[in-house]
Design a protein around this ligand. Sequence first.
Ligand SMILES: [Zn+2]
Length: 506
Amino acid sequence: MKLPFLLLPLGLALTLPADAQKKTSSLPEFQIKKSETEAHIRFLAGDELMGRRTGEQGNFVAARYIAEQFRKLGVVPVPGNAETGTSSYFQRVPFEKMGANGAGEIAADAEIMKSGTDWILMAGDAVDLKAPLVYASFGLENAAKSWDDYKGLDVKGKIVLVESGTPETQTPSEIIATSTEKRKIAQDKGAIAVIELFNAPIPWNTVSKFFAGEKISLAEGSAAKSIPHAWVNGKEAKFARALRAVKEVTFKTSGRVAKPVYSYNVAGYIPGTDAKLKEEYILLSAHYDHVGVGKQGGQTYTPEDSIFNGARDNAFGVTALLTAAEALAKNPPKRSIVIVALTGEEVGLLGSKYYASHPIMPLNKCIFNMNSDGAGYNDTTIVSVMGLDRTGARAEIETACKAFGLGVYADPSPEQGLFDRSDNVSFAKEGVPAPTFTPGFKEFNGDIMKNYHQVTDHPETVDFNYLLKFSQAYTYATRLIADRKTAPQWSAGDKYEPAAKKLYGK
Ligand SMILES: [Zn+2]
């Protein structure tokens, strides 16, 4: 009597979990081979790709590789991607590349100011001017704030002298934000050049080092020619004094030529299996660009090794993305998946910024962004997740990592503000819960810095066992989130929660 009675539930207890386990481990992400992930990172971070700098040949080759992997894996172009035709994986991103600061000289009476040391040209072609100088205070017009700095001034055919920032603030970000506006206002009023006295409380050396090099920005709006615009070191009292005193200056510069360049975000789509939930999607992202070669890298290099390979940053994350592409295309989850390999991250998160303002599928149907990016790792027993406790999917991420023997560490090095330093922030700002899944570290120490943006970030030094597990965990976490009944939500009170309310209308 007892025996059969006992056997039945015991038998069930034994077979059910075993079946469930069998089912889980038969998912495609559990079958990925180490050689597949190793091949991706070795290709993307190979010397031949020359550091994948945005808009350069190695960058295009990486984009092509990713697109053709999508094709091979059965990931289709996002429906309605009309940017470059009906069936393209590419989203063309327009950039403007401005050359480095050149030679030049501004003279106010006996005071001679040299380009590069005393001032930098922010925009404009070569000129050799001698013209009247008109002081226009902050050079701003804002009726709401009663700023009317051009009142009673005629600046037509003249050079305008302005202070940096606003009457209210001299923070670097405010100076940068208002500087272009000042140039536009002056240009609209017929001025032929702008001299701005730069007065932020930061060392001039830092400013000139940062702004004097080649700069890439998004080319949005009109590409109208700009008048020359100089930032003069305003904290050098003699310069400020001389410029404020004179009625005429000479302004000579070899110019900074801006030319249009472009690159691509590479986007693919996997339709979901649930009749209703497939209308929603999860956005997977990882940037594939890096910093380039030699001087472009901004760090030490040698003639023997001058290529910034960017294996960890971020061929590693792209490998996770391609692993997800393979496994999720083979066995799709309930919700749809949009996969975007992003360009332009290293030049200011520009590829994601562009994508967020030109999404190929409506962002209010995007319930979650799982970004992968990394500086490096020093702990291969964990995955670190920026925003783990803010974005509502801790349980799924933990389950997925555990399935591959990995722990999860939330928000390493909080002092670095890492959540807001990768592409996830472009989507978070729109309201999409968007963590960054990053190779394991708890603090940003020397082990990380050894490779971070260095020529030593080679694929040969990557732990391929860890790369495989990381990529599998990323994929499985995505699947678990895509199969959830309800969409993950920002933690109550999060700074991006208001944006989410606006995006999703609830
Ligand atoms: Zn990166």
